[in-house]
Ligand binder design. Structure first.
Ligand code: ZN
Length: 305
C-alpha cells in the first residue's frame, strides 16, 4: 500500500471498478414478479457472463472488485476462485439481494456473516468489503455501519448520495467518509456528478447503459480533474447478456431500464476501461482511509493557525 500511496499526484487518478455479481432474475426490478424460491429453477447465466467480463478485464489490463451474492457463491465456488486467481477482489453483496432497509440489525448481521463465511470458505480470501443490494444503506439504517464494523469489514460501498425512485440517500456525502466517528470503517459512495447545483447519478448501472457514453466520460472527468477524486463505478453481469430470458409481467419502466442497450454494453465498457485508470475497490478504500486519517490529524492544527 505504501508504494501505491506515494504515487506522484500528477499520475492519473485510479478509479474503482466493480461488478455486482447477481443473475438476471435477482435484480430489484423483478422482485415482485420472480419469487426467491423460483431462482434455483431458472436459466443460470451468471458463470458465462462473469467469464466474459474476466476476459474483457484481462484484455484491458484492469482489476476490479466483484461484490458477490452469497446465493451465487454457494453454487459457483469455482467461479469465485477463478475471479480471485485472476487478481480481482471478491467481496460481499449480501446473501439474496434483500435490501438493508427491509431488515433489522439482527437479520442484517446474520445475512452479512453467512455471506462472508461462504465466500471465504470457497476461495480462501478474507472478505473486507460490502455493497448493499440496490444501495440500500441510508438514513433508515443507522445500525448497518455499526454491524459492518463489528464484523470486521473495513469498507462499504453501499450509499447512492442522490435522489432516485428506488434508492438513494440524497443528504449523504458524495465522496469517501467515515460513517462512525469512533471507527476507521470507510464508506465509498457510488459516483455522482454535480451539474448546476444538482447531483446526477453517474456511477454506472442503468444510467451508464441507457445514456450516451459522452455523459459518463464528462462525469468521470469532472470528478477526476475538477474535484481530484476517484470515481466509483459498477455494473452487472446480466448487462452484457442480450440473450437473457425476457421477464413478462414486470412494470414497463423496469423492463425498459433492464433491457435497453444490452447489446452495446460490452463495447461501451471497453471504451470506459481504456479511457480511464481502474483498480480494485479495496485499493481505493485503503487510499481514501489514509486520506481521511490525514485530514482528521490536520484538523486541530488548522484550528490553531
Ligand atoms: Zn445488486
Amino acid at each position: 500500500m505504501n508504494a501505491l500511496q506515494s504515487l506522484p499526484t500528477s499520475a492519473a487518478i485510479v478509479n474503482g471498478l466493480s461488478v455486482d455479481v447477481e443473475d438476471w432474475f435477482q435484480v430489484g426490478a423483478f422482485e415482485d414478479v420472480i419469487e426467491r424460491d423460483q431462482w434455483g429453477a431458472l436459466d443460470d447465466r451468471v458463470e458465462r457472463n462473469v467469464n466474459a467480463i474476466l476476459d474483457l478485464f484481462d484484455e484491458a489490463g484492469a482489476s476490479a472488485t466483484f461484490f458477490t451474492l452469497g446465493w451465487v457463491a454457494e453454487r459457483h465456488g469455482g467461479l469465485l476462485r477463478e475471479i480471485a486467481a485472476r487478481g480481482h477482489e471478491v467481496a460481499s453483496h449480501g446473501w439474496d439481494h434483500e435490501r438493508v432497509f427491509r431488515m433489522d440489525r439482527a437479520s442484517f448481521g446474520a445475512d452479512i456473516e453467512r455471506t462472508r463465511k461462504t465466500i471465504e470458505d470457497c476461495c480462501g480470501v478474507r472478505v473486507i468489503g460490502y455493497r448493499a443490494p440496490s444501495f440500500s444503506i441510508d438514513q433508515r439504517t443507522p445500525w448497518a455501519f455499526q454491524e459492518l464494523a463489528a464484523q470486521g469489514y473495513l469498507y462499504s460501498s453501499s450509499v447512492a448520495p442522490v435522489a432516485h425512485d428506488h434508492y438513494g440517500w440524497a443528504e449523504a456525502p458524495r465522496f469517501a467518509f467515515n460513517p462512525l466517528p469512533w471507527h476507521d470503517l470507510v464508506e465509498l459512495p457510488v459516483t455522482t456528478a454535480e451539474f448546476r447545483g444538482r447531483r446526477l447519478a453517474a456511477g454506472g448501472g442503468g444510467f451508464f447503459r441507457v445514456l450516451p457514453y459522452a455523459f459518463s466520460r464528462w462525469a468521470i472527468r469532472q470528478v477526476n480533474r475538477s474535484e481530484g477524486r476517484p470515481a466509483i463505478f459498477y455494473f452487472h453481469p446480466w448487462e452484457i447478456d442480450p440473450g437473457q430470458p425476457r421477464v413478462a409481467g414486470a412494470p414497463i419502466r423496469s423492463r425498459l431500464r433492464h433491457y435497453t442497450n444490452l447489446e452495446r454494453m460490452a463495447g461501451k465498457l471497453r471504451q470506459l476501461i481504456d479511457e480511464f485508470a481502474w483498480g480494485r475497490i479495496d485499493v481505493i478504500a485503503h487510499r481514501e482511509a489514509a486520506r481521511l486519517a490525514a485530514e482528521k490529524a490536520a484538523r486541530p492544527e488548522a484550528r490553531r493557525a
